[in-house]
Design a protein around this ligand. Sequence first.
Ligand code: ATP
Ligand code: LTN
Length: 329
Amino acid sequence: MKKKVAFSLVQPSGELTIGNYIGALRQFPALQDSYDCMFGVADLHSITVPQKPADLRKRTKEVIAYMMASGVDPEKSILFVQSQVPLHAELTWVLNSITYMGQLSRMTQYKDKSQRSEENLNAALFTYPVLMAADILLYQSDFVPVGEDQRQHLELARDLAERFNHRYSDTFTVPEPLIGKTIGKIMSLKNPEIKMSKSDPDQNAYILLADDKDTIIRKVRRAVTDSCGEIRYSEEQPGLMNLLNIYAAFTQEEPQKIAGQFAHASYAEFKDALGEMIAQSLAPMQARYRDIMANGEELERIYKEGAEKAYSIGRKTLSKVYRKVGFLQ
Ligand code: ATP
Ligand code: LTN
């Protein structure tokens, strides 16, 4: 019997943070045995925000390497770079034709990012979720492991699949999100109201997967908390709640239980324990990452082979779509 398909991409828009790891990467390895998995780099998405070409090239490779370092095995999963498979852009065009402007203007990521862009808004920022839907639908994906912030985009992908299937005939699998139950979203260390984001201009707002122990401890010490002074897991203490969530995500325990363990500690003691714990948890992955990056040729072989495999799967979907829409074959 054919296995179900799990699919997810990560943008090379900055160095990866523990938010990317907890929300996305960490979920990937466990899926490899039960599903046909495809993971990759959304470089097409990343240019919706200005990128330096040399940085983009470097980070694209880094994202693949971090996926492998966190346990994705290229023998089991397809690892690829979105721009190396032209089908994504082609399917986007067709999906654009069935997407409503109103729907796109309600996307919260678009609202956030367009508010932050000072001058001319680019059109790609607006159609970003259509490209994301194309990524997912191209491979008939059943499951999409992502962070909570992507739930609305997933809803759009489901909607477009259903609309196309209804308007033409059954073509796309309707995908489902796979979002971590308790901790789907890690917040900024500087502002617990916004998510931790790799493109945040304030470096103290996030912890990078590449950060060394001293940097991690320093950033955690500077994290915003409150003046209540008591360690509890409560909505009224969002900064502390986020730190407890991070602790719990790494130790795979309930955040309430962590709060109990530190009930008699000061914020400073808890923060230092958290910093140590994060550094210790990341160390083995950082070592694997260095080994992978040291063998650039092997890395290149992996993502190029991945693109070929992805192309041969995706072209079946795209020819079906073109035929149904009425394009000459
Ligand atoms: P950017 O800041 O450039 O928008 P990002 O840090 O949000 O980037 P993406 O590449 O957009 O990262 O996301 C990659 C994956 O990581 C997605 O599945 C997303 O849901 C997840 N993710 C990103 N940030 C967080 C976060 N703070 N908490 C949990 N998951 C996250
Ligand atoms: N928009 C996503 C990245 C992304 C993605 C995808 C995730 C692009 N295409 C397909 C899952 C499936 C984000 O995390 N910002």
